[in-house]
Design a protein around this ligand. Structure first.
Ligand SMILES: *[C@@H]1O[C@H](CO)[C@@H](O)[C@H](O)[C@H]1NC(C)=O
Ligand SMILES: *[C@@H]1O[C@H](CO)[C@@H](O)[C@H](O)[C@H]1NC(C)=O
Length: 386
């Protein structure tokens, strides 16, 4: 993180406004990073990507574990079980800027005429400082001088104009990505029919007359939530993703909570999970979220949640281990590929191909003990558009 900032400082010296904006953006991304509660009894912890990559090899568009999955699962100190997250495991914050900064329009007719510090506006914006127990954040926002850029375009082509008294607002969205080396599927009640394979059967009165078998496990698991900032020192909206569904919340500054707006099912079996009305914040800014036991789907409240992928199954979340994601954030700038790690460009699947499938899998009966690993960050569309 510090190296990243240093590089930015070197590359951008001479562009005072840009520097200040980067600094401020950093503080906002950190100040509003989520507090994620892992579920009580969670066995599969998150892990940093570089560490995961040491244990897999790429080929045919998949990252496969060097040892077979069953062997790794039998060993509780294998990398599949991840690490205690707090301060150890990075969270990747992918930032997308919505305003083209003046420097990037240099090929056009825009020229930067002057930088004007607008002190009046800085004072006004002090009211919106995220309350955080981290004094550094407070101090740096206070000291952060915000400059306005006056840009004049020739030939009447105005690309970016802000008058001397206008505070140049930061407008961006950020997605916080969390990586887990293994995702545990769900136990399904099955009956073994010999060469016809095992078939899922409904349990009768809550009792499984066959045997319980885990389905839908996979190596590699990306989970995310996004925030949208539009000019203020607090976000306007939040998107939280659980499996193939997700919910939009808007930020209510008076109560300091996120208020439910709408939800969507991105794909798969249509189900309507119930999202709570409000999401609370920790220290006045960090949204408090809950990672489901085993599957790590992100929920906005503790308790039992209808599992999205398979009917009649639930996700469970609660107050297990807190993960203060801002303790170790790595910023990825989607507009600046030179600052993104090489693994960001991998477009294949972050885990082994499916295995131990039902014999009728070729007829579209997609039930496997291990399913394909998920795709990574570049293959997933952000939920906010600029
Ligand atoms: C379990 O995993 C650890 C860490 O990879 C390794 O050092 C150890 O030898 C493994 N134990 C067994 C029994 O395979
Ligand atoms: C943050 O700054 C404000 C204004 O200077 C001050 O009142 C407040 O006590 C500071 N909070 C912390 C935690 O330092």
């Amino acid at each position: 993180m510090i190296q990243f900032l240093l590089i930015l400082l070197i590359v951008r010296h001479g562009f005072g406004t840009r520097n200040d904006e980067e600094k401020k953006l950093n503080l906002l991304v950190r100040g509003w990073a989520p507090l994620v509660w892992l579920a009580p009894g969670e066995r599969f912890m998150p892990l940093g990507v570089p560490e995961f990559l040491e244990h897999v090899q790429a080929g045919d568009n998949y990252l496969r574990t060097r040892l077979n999955i069953e062997t790794l699962l039998m060993n509780e100190s294998s990398f599949l079980y991840g690490k205690q997250p707090d301060g150890n495991v990075p969270v990747y914050a992918l930032v997308k800027n919505c305003i083209n900064l003046p420097i990037s329009t240099s090929s056009s007719s825009a020229t930067i005429n002057s930088f004007i510090i607008d002190r009046k506006r800085i004072k006004q914006h002090r009211a919106f400082i995220p309350r955080d127990e981290n004094n550094d954040i407070n101090a740096s926002i206070q000291n952060n001088e915000v400059a306005t850029t006056k840009v004049k375009a020739n030939h009447g082509e105005m690309t970016l104009i802000s008058d001397e008294n206008t505070f140049r607002k930061l407008h961006f969205h950020v997605t916080y990505w969390m990586f887990y080396p293994f995702s545990e599927g769900k136990a399904v009640c099955v009956l073994d029919l010999g060469f016809l394979g095992t078939w899922p059967i409904p349990s009768v009165g809550g009792i499984c007359l066959g045997k319980l078998k885990g389905y839908g496990n996979h190596v590699g698991d990306w989970e995310h939530m996004s925030l949208y900032f539009k000019g203020d020192d607090y976000p306007v909206a939040m998107y939280v993703s659980a499996h193939d569904a997700g919910a939009y919340y808007r930020y209510d500054i008076r109560s300091g909570t996120f208020v439910y707006e709408s939800q969507e099912t991105r794909k798969g079996i249509f189900q309507k999970p119930i999202f709570p009305e409000r999401v609370f914040t920790s220290s006045g800014s960090h949204p408090v979220l809950f990672s489901a036991k085993g599957s790590h789907g992100l929920w906005t409240a503790p308790g039992k949640h209808k599992f999205v992928r398979l009917p009649r199954l639930y996700d469970e979340s609660g107050f297990g281990i807190p993960w203060l994601t801002w303790r170790r954030l790595e910023l990825l700038n989607s507009d600046n590929e030179q600052f993104t790690p090489a693994w960001m460009t991998f477009r294949g699947k972050w885990g082994n191909p499916r295995s131990n499938c039902h014999p009728l899998v070729r007829l579209g009966f997609n039930i496997c003990e291990f399913v394909d690993g998920p795709t990574g960050i570049p293959m997933k569309n952000g939920r906010f558009q600029c």
